[in-house]
Design a protein. Structure first.
Length: 127
């Protein structure tokens, strides 16, 4: 699962949290790649039951309920997700990715090309 932010509050974050929570509760192993957050939501996905492996990548951000402010932060996110995600995909039997929002979707698309075995499911929250 690729997302910049993941918490139980917020627009797309709620849908992403519910999907991850449901899969983890059913015993699926979930690999979540997200920004390292400087002020994490105490109700975040790390507290869910089931198998959850969280990869917090750079650059670290302060979550303000929106996308990172700069293009540079988004570029670093994409590059670091591709690097981390490629290691995960090569080391595990990953069947699919789920990405929300623009930078995670772009990273998922790149991963699907370089690994040649990954399908992306993309949901964009347009609210």
């Amino acid at each position: 699962m690729l997302t910049q932010f993941l918490s139980s509050t917020g627009g797309g974050e709620v849908m992403f949290y519910q999907l991850a929570s449901g899969l983890a509760t059913k015993g699926h192993e979930i690999h979540k790649v997200t920004h390292r957050i400087l002020n994490p939501d105490k109700r975040n996905i790390n507290n869910m039951s089931g198998k959850m492996i969280v990869y917090s990548i750079f650059p670290p951000l302060k979550h303000k309920g929106s996308l990172p402010a700069t293009i540079i932060q988004n570029l670093f996110y994409v590059l670091n997700v591709v690097r981390c995600g490629a290691k995960i995909i090569r080391g595990k039997s990953i069947d699919l990715t789920h990405a929300n929002n623009y930078s995670p979707i772009f990273a998922g698309f790149i991963l699907s090309i370089i690994t040649k075995r990954l399908s992306s499911i993309i949901i964009i929250n347009t609210e």
